[in-house]
Structures are given as C-alpha cells and as structure tokens.
Design a protein around this ligand. Sequence first.
Ligand SMILES: [Zn+2]
Length: 300
Amino acid sequence: MNFLTQYRRFRINPLIARNFKSTTKRNAKPDFVGTCALLVAALYFSSPLTCQAAVNEVELDNLTWTEAQHRITSGSTTILVPIGGTEQSGPYVALGKHNVRAFLLAQKIAQTLGNTLVAPVISYVPEGSIHPPVAHMRFTGTISIPDSAFESMLEGTARSFKQHGFKDVIFLGDHGGYQKNMQKVAARLNREWANDPTCRVSALPEYYQAVSVSYVNTLRSRGFSMAEIGTHAGLADTALTMALDRSLVRADVMAHAAKPSESEGVYGDPRKATEELGQIAVKQIIDASVTAIKHVTAAR
Ligand SMILES: [Zn+2]
C-alpha cells in the first residue's frame, strides 16, 4: 500500500489508518513487538523509550511526544510544514491534489535531507470570496478561509515548533495564491525573533518556483506550448499530480475527451499529461527544495 492510500485512510478515518498500519507491521515483522521489548529492556536505563520504527519515521503525526522530543534533542531540528489546499482542478483531477502532493513531496524532501520531520498538512487555505464566489470557489468542493485565519494558523504552527525546540520551520506551499501570506508570516516572525534567533521561519519559494518556472521551461524545451502547459489543471499541473498519485487523475476519460475549457475550471490542456513527464517535476521540486533548505539551515 502506497503513501497516498495510507494518507487517505488517515484523513478519512484515523482509527482505520492506525489499525491498518499496526496490522501491516505485525504481518510484515511477526517479531516486531518482541524485538522492541528486548530493545526497550536493554536500553531502559540509558536511552529514551523509543523503538526502531520511530527512528526512521519523518511524520510528526506518527510519533509520540517522547519520541518527538528525543528526535529534536538528537538533531532533527528542522520541520517541514506542507501546505496544500482544497480546490477544484477541472473535471479530471481530484479536489485534494495540493494536499496529497504537499504531503508526499514533504516526505521525500525530509527523507533526502535527514534530521528533518514533517508536520501535518494544512489543507484549509484562502481561495477568495465565498459569497459571491470568485475564482475556484465557483466550483463545487473548493474550501476558502479568510487570509487572516490562514496567517494565524501558520503563525501558531511556527510558534509551537519554536517552543518545542525546532530551529528551522520551513513552509512548503503547493498552491500559488497564498505564497505572499507565507512570506508575510515568516517575515513577521523573524522580525519578532531577531533578538532571540533560536528559531527561524522560511517560506521556501524554491518549492513552488520549481514547477511554476523550472518545470514550465523544461516542458517548453520539449516542444509543449504554453496553451498546453497552462497555469491551473493544465499539462504541468496534471502530470505532476499523476506522477505522485495516478488515482487522483481520471486519465482514461481525459485522454478521449475534448479540450476542457476555463468554464470547467481548466487553464491549459492536460490531455498529453503522463506520469513520466510528471516525474521530471517531482525531481525538480525535491532537488530545488533540498538545496534551498540546506542553504537556509547551514547559514544558522
Ligand atoms: Zn492551487
């Protein structure tokens, strides 16, 4: 079972997801409990209570507070905050596109970096006026919250992680519209913490620019037009989504359909999107983000 399926089960019913995970672990390693018991017994008087399973885990959601504390004191002082959104992407891409992408990409970035944890996904974001509805709010399923609520949520999240001893809080925003809000919150907190620089916040623009600039240039160099690449739910957006989770895209229907229009919520032409094309974007996002985060953390 892949990350996405686990992610979905977790979002739909945390109990089912946790039961599934523990069942999977039991099936995969029948001696898991025994091994952990021995480890705990052997290390009880010299180390914090933490099983091997937690050592390689990057999701904060899956750690106990004692495991999280141990990870921070052991050097995992960077935390990624994946920011998604719930918005329409035309008739062929599911509403949770940003949430799943941000979650999976943050995991891959954290695993590449090492010493990095991943916060729960922020999936409620500003999408503009609800009544009268504007932009994506005109389409069923999009959720919009006020800018002020979004910024407060980011701010509270960063303050929480500073309190717990993280040194770098990194916002990874998968959607274009709220990049300015991320920057604003990071600048505000860094100003406030200038005299107590134990923690810094970075609204990593490189994560989003890897798609909006680098990936678009790559697709153009391969002969695709801007009319195909698009700006929302077009070729670039759809291929990236397919590469991370093909079940989010109704590829068979899309391939035989007429070009979807802006009145359906599509800006571009997604019909030539493939997983292979999307893998280019996945690599570009991971590479650009890892380089930028290393730069940010090394400067401290
Ligand atoms: Zn978006």
